[in-house]
Design a protein around this ligand. Structure first.
Ligand code: PMP
Length: 361
């Protein structure tokens, strides 16, 4: 018989923790983990296959440890005058964030974020032995610069994680909040822009703040807008010295040759890969408008998902949707559920199923 977890010589600080656990149930309409539900376009998939086939010929050798071509491709995609020395990548932005915390936080240090926020932040922090400190948000999960700066100054964190826009609430993060938080700490400030491509086009990304701010890090992912979640590719832009710090903690050859080849091929088709963004944004706004009409309270979202309040019994509504073949997420915030914007058909399936349950309070 296998031992129970408590019987193993597990680290004391991991005892009693729960792993990240979004259900991976097979349902017709899965709208629970903010994926892009549109498949990779066929012409891009064909090119990716060719690139991977080519990379396979040399797969007996270790890959380029510096993933030079990929960093160049990311620099070109992001623009803002960035060069490949300022780019870094890993297997999903989760790994990017983990490497940042390994280099700049670690045992006995403090990681700070404004709750509710991405559920992996406390897990990543605790996983490397850091203390997680949660700051507070204002009404409807918003943040104002004075309050944010004061909270960060008081906490003296080694790393601040700012989710812009925020998961699981969708809330935009004003650029002055980022500027003021940066000024209020001498720690590393990470702006997690996992959902940035879904924000209004005329808004300023934190990338515009990078010049002259050597402690600022902007992380992104190919998992959302690029419809590439299964390939596991995340990246960041920062001062080149930040990449030097990450070289101290990354595993050698952490990005496989196949991953590098697939990502470079996908980035060569960036406009095609991103062609679904407008449709997803339209479905997101349709979700918000329809939820409002149904009597729920959708929160403002700059992402590919909507958090909505006014749900009398989230567990019951979640179950009702599940029984109708629709998977959404109960993120544990009272009287709310979160749904990702799918294709038009998937979005209709969700809205119809919800209307048939109708449990807005
Ligand atoms: N940051 C945020 C805010 C996220 O919501 C997610 C995925 N849910 C990630 C980072 C990690 O994404 P990935 O590891 O797939 O890049």
């Amino acid at each position: 018989m296998s031992p129970r977890l408590e019987d193993l010589p597990l680290r004391d600080d991991l005892r009693g923790m729960s792993p990240y656990g979004a259900p991976q149930a097979r349902v017709p309409v899965a709208l629970n983990v903010n994926e892009n539900t549109h498949p990779v376009p066929k012409e891009v998939a064909d090119d990716i296959l060719d690139a991977v086939a080519l990379a396979l010929r040399d797969v007996n050798r270790y890959p380029d440890r510096e993933f030079t071509q990929l960093r160049e491709a990311f620099a070109e995609y992001l623009g803002h005058g960035l060069t490949r020395e300022q780019l870094w990548a890993a297997n999903g932005s989760n790994e990017v964030l983990q490497q940042v915390l390994q280099a700049f936080a670690g045992p006995g240090r403090t990681v700070f974020g404004f709750a509710p926020t991405y559920s992996m932040y406390p897990l990543l922090a605790r996983g490397i032995g850091s203390r997680w400190v949660a700051g507070e948000r204002g009404v409807d999960f918003t943040l104002d610069a004075d309050s944010a700066a004061a909270q960060v100054a008081e906490a003296h964190p080694d790393v601040v994680l700012l989710c812009s826009p925020n998961n699981p609430t969708g809330t935009p993060m004003p650029i002055d909040v980022i500027e003021r938080v940066y000024e209020s700490t001498d720690g590393i400030v990470v702006v997690d822009e996992a959902y940035w491509e879904f924000a209004p086009r005329d808004e300023r990304s934190a990338l515009t703040l990078l010049p002259g701010r050597e402690r600022l890090v902007v992380s992104r992912t190919m998992s959302k807008a690029f419809a590439f979640a299964g390939a596991r590719v995340g990246y960041l832009a920062a001062d080149p010295t930040v990449a030097d710090a990450l070289r101290l903690v990354r595993l050698p050859y952490h990005l496989s040759a196949l991953t590098q080849a697939a990502a470079v091929a996908a980035l060569a088709h960036a406009p095609t890969m991103l062609a679904t963004v407008d449709d997803i944004v339209a479905q997101r706004d349709r979700i918000s408008a329809t939820l409002e009409a149904l009597g729920y309270k959708p929160f403002e979202s700059w992402t590919n998902f909507v958090l909505f309040g006014g749900v009398e019994d989230p567990a019951a509504t979640w179950q009702g949707l599940y029984e109708r073949g629709v998977l959404v997420r109960d993120v544990g915030l009272p009287r709310t559920l979160r749904v990702s914007a799918g294709t038009e058909e998937e979005t209709s399936a969700f809205l119809d199923a919800l209307a048939s349950i109708d449990s807005a309070s």
